[in-house]
Each structure stands twice: as structure tokens, then as C-alpha cells.
Design a protein around this ligand. Sequence first.
Ligand code: C2E
Ligand code: MG
Ligand code: MG
Length: 582
Amino acid sequence: MDDPACPAGQSQAFLLQVLDTLPAAAYTCDVTGLITYCNRNAVDVWGRTPRINDPADRFCGSYRLYYADGRLMPHDECWMARTLRDRASYNGQEVLIEQPNGGIRWALAHANPMLDAEGRLLGASNVLVDITERKRIEEELAHQATHDALTGLANRSKLLHALDREIADAGRRGGPFALILLDLDGFKRINDTFGHEAGDAVLAQMRPRLQKVVSKQDLVARLGGDEFGILLRGADEHRARRVGAAIVASIGLPLPVGGRRMAVGASLGVATWPGQGRDASELLRHADMAMYAAKRARSGLEVYVESRRGPCPDERSLACELAQAIDRGALELHYQPIVAVETWKVVGVEALVRWPHPERSLIHPVDLMPLVESHGLSTQLDHWVFGEAMRQQRAWREGGLALELSVNLSIESLLDDRTLNAMLEMIEESPPHRLTVELSERSAVSDPKRAQQALDHFRALGVRVALDDYGTGYSGLDHVKLLTVDEVKLDRSFVRGLPGSTTDARIAEAVLSLSHALGLVVTAEGAEDEEALGWLEAHGCDRVQGFCLSEPLPPDRLAAWLESLDGLHTRRRPVGPLAAQG
Ligand code: C2E
Ligand code: MG
Ligand code: MG
């Protein structure tokens, strides 16, 4: 009876055809390992055509074969050799085959002994299923699960895993290691101003910058957003500080993005092992606390200290509380008097925000603003401050007190159409008496063109524009030329040193003469003593703000302070005609 699967007279050709269409390499060898047959697909897996019955071409002798874990497989351990030796099947083991051109294929190896009717060994048949593509996909998936797609760096889960292993290893060695947590400063501004593509380009540039600074055995990970984590193997606090300083310097270099030069900064927190965390998540939390301390202090890098534990609550929940406080209008504005030097008369006030936190003392901008900026609350804050300050100014006016008002704006609010329009509407609805908006010089440099367009809307409504913190920008004294402004505010870091520091005095003189040449009013902020006041007066500064006149005060205390003055004059001096106008 004919075999139904093998038509009579065609059996050998038929079987060979079937073997050639198998999606696998099939071959046989004799008892000595000589190759006696191979199908067409063997060429793909082997990387060349096997030579039949050639003693010089034994698969187990001519190829480098590896176990799945990468160890070299000795020739007498090759599946074919084992099958022949043991007369047993060798099934489905993953192996690696190195092809003559150096290419590597993954294969699933099957081998079976071939016996004759009497049970004598004739040779072995082998099947190699090429699983290279499957392995590639598996590896890619594993990589995706442990890496960040944008930067190609390790992700949070890989870092946590590496920390756990490091704690176990370092525990045995007793050796130290350090964890650095890094958050970019000014990243949100780039993202909001220039779009996510620019933000992504900035993040992508962080990888080479970070990897250049650390050594090969260290691990750099992106934890999400603009936050990175770095495991420094074998590092103590000293090395962590050194690497940290190099990171801060490297990240601070200009970033070329789409034909522009962007700038970001970095705040770093360090936690070291042993001592600053028992497990991976505690180390991360402590490095996080140190990082926020660095952000607040604008110090670049802080190392975790035990005492931070108590007073520093979880930063994210604090930001959440802050967002709610802004919403509820639970923040306060204090007002610092601005005095005209010529007459020593109070001409206006600058509104400065404070947060009376229910469980902590009054939170000042030095702690507040980094929180606002890093949690994207700038527009929300500015919107509230703007409305509240204008309301206060109207209230004073109705009470017979005409005070100019200066309000600080962040660049985010200027460049955000909704916030900008809301502020312009407030002005149109109830035009203020002499309003000045202050924009920090540092933030104006990021996009002077768009900043100018926004500021022009204010100027069109009669609002004055001041460049704040003047002299601290990155590119010297250029920005009065780039932006049309009415006033510059000489930064308090220069005023503090007057008249003793010759450098500060030179910078102050340069700002005064340049600004006056351009017809701008100069306000010096941060005058703390009579000497500074005297110097500013002698050098023709127009206006001054500072603790030696008055610190920022809540409205009721400001009213009391103003009442204590001699007709708004801060010094009993002969009063010129300007002041007499009241
Ligand atoms: P700024 O606009 O340059 O404000 C002047 C800062 O100098 C205020 O700090 C003020 O208290 C301080 N100051 C005034 N006189 C002296 C002095 O004689 N000595 C010293 N050492 N400091 C003096 P403050 O209130 O802490 O505000 C810091 C910064 O926070 C402000 O700098 C401003 O950039 C920002 N800021 C404050 N309030 C707001 C706000 O409502 N909105 C926005 N966007 N930013 C604000
Ligand atoms: Mg200001
Ligand atoms: Mg300032």
C-alpha cells in the first residue's frame, strides 16, 4: 500500500523538497560527525554552504559555538557530539553560532540519534531553528522596559534595581557608593516658550553631558521629566561632590537648539551609602530632599543631612498646598517703599509675595519662587498677584494715597496668552495710577523678541516696564538695547557692596551712565545703610529701595510707617518743588 503522504516514485524528491521548505536548518551527520546532508536553509544559519562528506568541514569542529549565557561551547559538548556519544536526543536548547563573517545567530538546537533496525547508530539528525529575530525583539522589549526612549538612558526602574544590587554588593564589600539626583533649572521655561520639541532636544543633550563626566561603571538614568539620577559606584561624598561640580559646569554650557543657544542650570542632591539611606527608595528620597535644598539655596549641590528630615516636608505635597493657597487667595503681598533720591519722598511701592503657611513661618520668595517655577505655578501666581496688587493700589487711592505700583512678572506669564490677556483686561477695566511691570533681566534673555512683544502690549496701555535684577544677566549690559524699557533696577548684589567694593562701584557707575544716556530711570534695590544711600545720591541714582529705608511691609504696617513720615519724606531735608506737589 502506498504511503499516502509520499506519492509512489516521488518519495525522495518529495521529501527533499519538504526539507528545503522547512523554516529551519536541517542536516545529518554520520557517526564520526561528518556532514552527510543539509537542506537549503542550513546556509542561512551557518553563514556558508556546508561541504558534504568533507572531513575538514565538521560543524562541531569548524564553528565557534556558545551557550545562551555567552560561554564558549567546547567541541565535544556540541549537541551533535553529545547526541552521538550518549545516543540520546538533545532538544530545544538555545545556542549561539558565530558565522565565518563574524555575524552571530541565535538558534534553537535539536538533535536526535539515527538508528538502524537493529539499533545500531548510523549518525544524528539535527534541526537548528533560527531565533535571532525573536531574540532581537525580546532584547528590544527588555531594553524598552528599562530605558528611557527619548535619551536612551536607563529609566527609574533600572536605577532602582541597580541601587538594590549595589546595596547588596557594597554591603558585602563594605565599600561606599553615592546617588546623585539632578533636576534641571529653567527647563520648564524652554518647554513652555519654545515647545516640546526644543525641550526634548535639550533633554537629549543631557545624555552626552552627563556620561562624559561620570566613569564607565557608573549608571546615569532619566527618572522622568527633567529629573536624572546617577549611581556613582565606589564613590564617597568627596568624589560625589567633585563629579557633581563637573556636572553643574557641564550642564551650564550653552545648548544649541534649532539655531538658538539655550541655557539651563542644574540642582543636585547627593545621598551616600552607607549612612544616608537603608534601601534604594530611602536613598532616593534623601537625595531628593538634598536636591530641593540645593534648588532653594540656588547652591547647585547639597549633600543630604539628617537634620533636613524634620523641617523639610515632601516637596511635591508642599507644591500642591501652594497651588491651593494661590487658588484660595491665601497668599499675602508685602509692599516695599520706593523713594525718589532727589526729594527723599516715597513715590511708590513694589509688591512682593509671601506665603503665610499654616504650620510654618512666613515663606519668602527665596523658598517660594523655586517651588513656583519647578512646579509650573508661575502664571497662576502672577495672575493672582497682579489682581491683588491693583486692588490694593485702588484702595489706597480711594483713601487719598497716590502710590505708584511695581509688580514682578515672570516670563512664563508674559509669554502665556491667557495670562497676558487676563492682565491686560484688568488694566483696561480699571486703569491703574502709574503701574510698572518688572521683568527679570535673566529671564528676558531667553526670548527677547517675544518678551518685547508682550511688554509692548503693556506699554500701549500706559504701563511702565522695568528690567529687574539688572546686571545679573548673562550677556552684560546689552539688554537695555534689546528691550524697550523705561527703568532698570540695579540688582541688590551690586548695591550691597557700595561704596566699599570698587568692582560694585564700577558696575553701578556703568549701569547709571549707560541707562541715563538712554533716558532710563535707575532704581537701586537693596540699599542697607546710609553709606550706600550717600553713594547713590552722589552718583545721580534716581530711586532707591532698601532695608535702611524700609523693608517690605504688609499694607497695615505700611500705612502706619507712611503716617510716621514727614509728609511722605523719608529724611528731614530741605524739600524741593517736586516734593511740595504732594
Ligand atoms: P526683586 O523683584 O528684585 O525684589 C527685591 C528683593 O530685594 C525683595 O526680596 C526685597 O525684600 C529684597 N530687598 C529689598 N531691600 C533689601 C535690602 O536692603 N537688603 C536685602 N538683602 N534685600 C532687600 P523678596 O521679597 O525676597 O523677593 C525676591 C524676589 O522674588 C524678587 O526680587 C522677585 O524676583 C521675586 N518675587 C517676589 N514677589 C514676586 C511676585 O509676586 N511675583 C513674581 N513673579 N516674582 C516675585
Ligand atoms: Mg522686582
Ligand atoms: Mg530685583
